[in-house]
Design a protein around this ligand. Structure first.
Ligand SMILES: *Cc1c(COP(=O)(O)O)cnc(C)c1O
Length: 346
């Protein structure tokens, strides 16, 4: 095999989920799985997480939520929050997917679909707490809730949750966002609803700002062992994936490895980061289309494995550290990997 492999550890995934769960308790974990579980592959991850006791999953869009549903055997809850077509809404209702609703227009369409199908829609209403990205403004909140409550009284809707998303730009802004969020939750209760979950925070705020957590925390990155760019290391959290490529040619002082830009490796990493080799860290010198060049080591041989990113066992950096080097986040390094990179889960 000359192709690169993303080796993924089920054990580490479970350890991260456990560490996150302990950290955020009594808030419950919603495991976010967008972008094919952040590039790790969705199917195995859903099974492993459900086996580890995760009872809420976040799919972003309805097609992802349906893939999660197909991988589950139990009655775990799945939330899809991307505004979707009527055909997708109908599929979601038929497969017991909760819907995140960020506009009055979408709420009306979901109610209409539920009425047509004769199936109650489980909805989580989204307040805009300052991000200005899908969410109902505070001034429009009461009318929005009133429409949902009317549908609830008719038995075609269950108002399951109130939620929002933080900018995570500064603590002060996030505090203000939380105040808006709590006021919206209170107004929802005053309107006669009894939402079972409130959720505001993703990985970083859930971990570092306990006072902002709701009853549920939507977390992706940290469960996959991806720390925040420019953020500290996290107790009990380790990357679950290592990207490896074999040495396919040896030259004077250099090893050529079987991974390149076509595999999704950003060419801007060349010359700036170390990768892991049997002899420890070595500079990644050049990135071509399907191969790259690494500074050599004594005794290097064809077939030796080089680790491009991973937990650091062989001197390699984490995906986040690579991201930081080129001004992006670890998620981007993982989700850019193309299908040429074989995923091996063990
Ligand atoms: C992606 C996403 C999350 C998870 O964010 P992480 O930082 O990966 O934990 C949570 N909520 C929403 C709305 C998202 O889009």
């Amino acid at each position: 095999m000359t192709r690169p492999v993303l080796r993924i550890s089920r054990t580490r995934f479970r350890e991260n989920i456990a560490a996150v769960g302990r950290r955020i308790a009594p808030s419950a974990l919603m495991l976010v799985m967008k972008d094919d579980a952040y590039g790790h592959g969705l199917g195995w991850a859903v099974e492993e997480a459900a086996d580890a006791g995760v009872s809420w999953f976040g799919g972003y869009d309805i097609p992802t939520a349906l893939r999660i549903r197909r991988a589950l055997t139990g009655s775990e809850r799945i939330l899809a929050w991307a505004t979707s077509t009527d055909a997708e809404i109908a599929e979601a209702l038929l497969h017991d997917i909760d819907l995140g609703i960020g506009s009055a227009e979408y709420l009306s369409r979901v109610i209409a679909c539920a009425r047509t199908l004769g199936r109650a829609a489980r909805v989580h209403l989204k307040i805009d707490t300052g991000l200005r990205r899908n969410g109902v403004l505070p001034a429009d909140w009461d009318a929005f809730v009133a429409e949902a409550r009317a549908a609830e009284d008719q038995g075609i809707l269950e108002l399951v949750g109130v939620w929002s998303h933080l900018a995570e730009a500064s603590d002060a802004e996030d505090d203000e966002a939380q105040a808006v969020f709590l006021a919206a939750a209170e107004a929802t209760r005053r309107a006669g609803a009894a939402p079972e979950v409130l959720h505001l925070t993703a990985s970083a705020a859930s971990w570092w700002r306990p006072e902002l957590r709701g009853t549920l925390s939507r977390i992706g990155a940290f469960c996959y062992g991806i720390r925040s760019a420019d953020g500290p290391e996290l107790d009990g959290i380790r990357p679950i994936a290592s990207l490896t490529a074999p040495v396919i040619a040896v030259r004077e002082g250099e090893a050529v490895i079987g991974i390149g830009g076509f595999d999704g490796l950003p060419s801007t990493l060349a010359g700036g980061v170390d990768v892991g080799t049997p002899a420890g860290p070595r500079l990644l010198r050049r990135i071509d289309q399907t191969t790259s060049v690494v500074a050599g080591w004594p005794g290097m041989e064809l077939g030796d494995l080089v680790t491009v990113f991973g937990p650091g066992d062989r001197g390699e950096r984490s995906a986040t550290a690579l991201g930081e080097h080129i001004g992006t986040v670890g998620e981007e390094i993982l989700t850019r990997l193309t299908p040429r990179v074989r995923r091996v889960v063990s």
